[in-house]
Ligand binder design. Structure first.
Ligand SMILES: NC(=O)C1=CN([C@@H]2O[C@H](COP(=O)(O)OP(=O)(O)OC[C@H]3O[C@@H](n4cnc5c(N)ncnc54)[C@H](OP(=O)(O)O)[C@@H]3O)[C@@H](O)[C@H]2O)C=CC1
Ligand SMILES: O=C(O)CCC(=O)C(=O)O
Ligand SMILES: [Mg+2]
Length: 745
């Protein structure tokens, strides 16, 4: 990255976004190069990140540099411009599958050690831990989050409303969360009076003190929290909820975020599975232990490990697991056709996407018989779960939201510098034995916060530095000023952490010009109610939230408003001055890959990429005084508007226009916009032949793209697909490819 040219770094990620990138990159390069911009790629797929951990075990050709580390470093430079597509935040089953695929491809990386007895096991596990869960986003998101639906997108949704399930006042769907013993109830928080180094230690009841985290360097003014979830309370809660669901005949579903809360939520998930099948676990624990079954990885892992047993034993265990269903409630399914339940894997049902999909569908999830049913949506941690119950109540009373008339809810989210949960990964522990969990000032020995914990409780510490909070408040004020919308801080004074934030919010608001702006602070449930009352009246409200609600609300409202969060503009103004432009607010859509492989149709909508690229180019135009970049950006915006107007987004059905067809139309409109503009004759002349060629061959290209669909395709892998095979699949129109190549000269 030594080029003098301005650079856009376009990330290569995983699954559907990566497939879309194979088709889109040649388009991006064609247009960016004409504005003197160099488009470079950086592979941060989970497979590449795994390979980067083991250079010494790979041949020179196989080695992958530490791209993520390099991008992390670049976020600290003012000229950085990165486009970040959604990537896999791998759960353990995903990580294991990726390791298996890489080993089968001849990469000599180690197996994931089943135990961590030897130093070598520990070392290997530690390296793999770097690739687990939310490992990318916290590194790149060195700024706060600005996610919104651009006007053209909102107008499109109003003109072409997506379907919404009907809500009945008689719906039995509800959210269930812990009333005591969860992180919310045990939380303590403080703002640092000065910089301090602290350690996290457990003074055990049996005597010795165990140091769980040697050192955390804290800054002056930083807010830290100590919170724990009681294992006993969690287990009692699950028992009660499962029994309640069974007695009342409502389906049970579990919604966690085992990927982003990569230490705590797999444990929370695992307890649910263990309780549900407790009789079978009690009977077969010894064999399951011997097989190395880790229930935190879900039933998928358990069934896979049973395969190694002699068939009589295996069948006996499977029978006993099945028998548990007789006295348990029905469980929500992920794939009823293949018998994949909510308990199969901790990353199949991810709360930010799963709850909105359920609410959009009229409060239904699928049962084992493939029918939509009301459900008890269990989200043990009450800190944020209550917002969903508030929305469910609202829908039962007012009916489903109407995408034609509803307002919009953009989000300004606190997440910079590993704020809140993003920084908690290395400070979350399953407590090994009962005792007192202390956060201790290393220099003075002073105990800053203290919790009484029991064996199996989950204890964690979160941090938010002062500068990100100030930046977040500033961003909220700027967005409110620019949009004319009220800004509502969703902060709960009864939650100690948020109470600390409220003080800072007031301090920083007082330093800013808020004249004429409507800025309020409300606890989450009230904020939700207030926002929804406005929403059904067509009124817009900016939600200014912490990191988890950022995650939840930027799927929730977009899915109701636009049908998907893929259509969101998602910007991270980096605190050091650069820009990270994310594409949509959704994930990497594994189901889309399945469809592509089975029938060569990619329903992934790249609108998020189009929106991100436009702001990325606009930023380069402004910073580098490059009017060509500005023109290319404006033309892209106009082309995106035209794409929406002409309804050229991808369809869900094979045989119709898909992601590739949608990208072709974008390229054609983009070239036409540039050919027709009069501000830069050179650019116009450059794009005229492409505009004409694409328009002249429109039918032919669409036919070529269409002809490719309908059959099974081979990508040569899932996590580390073969680049040539994938490029061939994703670029099936020779006419389109030739036109792009000709335009690049
Ligand atoms: N920013 C990031 O890096 C994020 C990464 N993730 C990761 O993504 C993976 C999947 O997570 P999951 O919670 O299932 O969320 P997804 O957002 O991937 O999936 C939910 C559903 O949303 C719809 N969807 C999402 N994006 C698009 C798009 N661009 N075009 C059309 N439809 C879209 C799809 O619906 P349908 O199937 O009906 O078409 C999809 O199945 C996980 O590995 C997770 O860790 C998750 C969130 C954010
Ligand atoms: O970081 C992650 O794992 C998920 C992020 C996410 O879901 C989001 O940013 O909306
Ligand atoms: Mg999310």
């Amino acid at each position: 990255m030594t080029s003098q040219q301005p650079i856009i770094i376009y990330t290569l990620t995983d699954e559907a976004p990566l497939l879309a990138t194979y088709a889109f990159l040649p388009v991006v390069q064609t247009f960016a190069e004409a504005a003197g911009i160099d488009v470079q790629t950086s592979d941060i797929s989970v497979a590449a990140r795994i390979l980067a951990q083991f250079p010494e075990r790979l041949t020179e050709e196989q080695r992958v540099p530490d791209n993520l580390g390099e991008l992390g470093r670049l976020t600290q430079e003012p000229d950085t411009n990165i486009i970040k597509l959604p990537n896999i935040s791998a759960s353990m089953p995903q990580l294991l599958a990726a390791i298996k695929e890489l080993r089968e491809k001849g990469y000599d990386i180690p197996e994931y050690p089943a135990h961590d007895e030897t130093d070598e096991d520990k070392e290997i596990r530690a390296r793999y831990a770097n690739c687990l869960g939310s490992a990318v986003n916290p590194v790149l998101r060195e700024g706060n989050s600005d996610r919104r639906a651009p006007k053209a997108v909102k107008e499109y949704a109003r003109k072409h409303p997506h379907t919404m399930g009907k809500w009945s006042p008689a719906s039995r769907t509800h959210a269930s969360y812990m009333e005591h013993g969860d992180f919310y109830h045990g939380e303590k928080s403080m703002t640092l009076d000065r910089a301090r180094d602290v350690r996290m230690e457990l003074v055990t009841d049996s005597g010795p003190t165990i140091v769980l985290k040697e050192k955390v360097a804290l800054q002056d003014g930083e807010v830290i929290d100590s919170m724990f979830m009681s294992k006993k309370a969690l287990i009692d809660f699950y028992e009660e909820q499962m029994e309640d669901a069974r007695e009342t005949g409502v389906m049970f579903s579990l919604h966690v975020k085992a990927t982003m809360m990569k230490v705590s939520h797999p444990i929370v998930f695992g307890h649910a599975v263990r309780i549900f099948y407790k009789d079978a676990f009690a009977k077969h624990q010894a064999v399951l232990d011997e097989l190395g079954v880790d229930v935190n990885n879900g039933l998928g892992d358990l069934y896979a490990k049973l395969e190694t047993l002699p068939s009589a034993k295996r069948e006996e265990i499977v029978r006993d697991f099945h028998a548990c269903h007789e006295h348990r409630p029905e469980i929500a399914m992920v794939d009823s056709a293949h018998g994949i339940s909510n308990f199969h894997s901790p990353s199949d049902v991810i709360v930010d996407a799963s709850m909105p999909a359920m609410i959009r569908g009229g409060g239904k999830m699928y049962g084992a018989d493939g029918r939509p049913k009301d459900t008890k949506a269990v989200m043990p941690e009450s800190t944020f779960a209550r917002i969903y119950q508030e929305m469910i109540n609202f829908c039962k009373t007012n009916g489903a939201f109407d995408p034609v008339t509803m307002g919009t809810v953009p989000n300004v989210g606190l997440m910079a510098q590993k704020a809140e949960e993003y920084g908690s990964h290395d400070k979350t522990f399953e407590v090994p034995e009962a005792g007192v969990a202390n956060i201790v000032d290393i220099a003075t020995g002073e105990v800053l916060m203290s919790q009484n914990v029991e064996e199996g409780d989950i204890w964690r510490m979160c941090q938010v530095k002062d500068a990100p909070i100030r930046n977040w408040v500033e961003l909220a004020v700027t967005r409110s000023r620019e949009s004319g919308m009220p800004a509502l801080f969703w902060l709960d004074p009864y939650r100690p952490h948020e109470n600390e934030l409220i003080k800072k919010v007031h301090t920083y608001l007082a330093e800013l010009d808020t004249e004429g702006l409507d800025i309020q602070v409300m606890s989450q449930v009230r904020a939700m109610r207030y926002t929804m009352e406005r929403l059904i009246r067509g009124l817009d409200t900016i939600a200014v939230t912490g990191n988890i609600l950022r995650d939840y609300l930027t799927d929730l409202f977009p899915i109701l408003e636009l049908g998907t969060s893929a259509k969101m503009l998602s910007i991270v103004p980096l605190m050091a001055g650069g820009g990270l432009y994310e594409t949509g607010a959704g994930g990497s859509a594994p189901k889309h890959v399945k469809q592509l492989v089975e029938e060569n149709h990619l329903r992934w909508d790249s609108l998020g990429e189009f929106l991100a690229l436009a702001v990325s180019l606009e930023d380069l135009g402004r910073k580098n005084d490059n009017p060509k970049a500005t023109l290319v950006a404006n033309a892209l915006d106009a082309a995106t508007g035209k794409l929406l107007e002409n309804d050229k987004g991808p369809s869900r059905k094979v045989g119709e226009l898909d992601n590739r067809g949608s990208q072709f139309y974008l390229a054609m409109y983009w070239a036409q916009e540039l050919a027709e503009q009069t501000e830069d004759a050179e650019l116009a002349a450059h794009f005229k032949p492409l505009a004409e060629a694409l328009a002249a061959s429109e039918e032919k290209i669409v036919a070529e793209l269409g002809a490719a669909q309908g059959q099974h395709v081979d990508l040569g892998g899932y996590y580390y697909a073969d680049p040539e095979k994938t490029a061939t699949v994703m670029r099936p129109s020779a006419t389109f490819n030739e036109a792009l190549a000709a335009a690049r000269g």
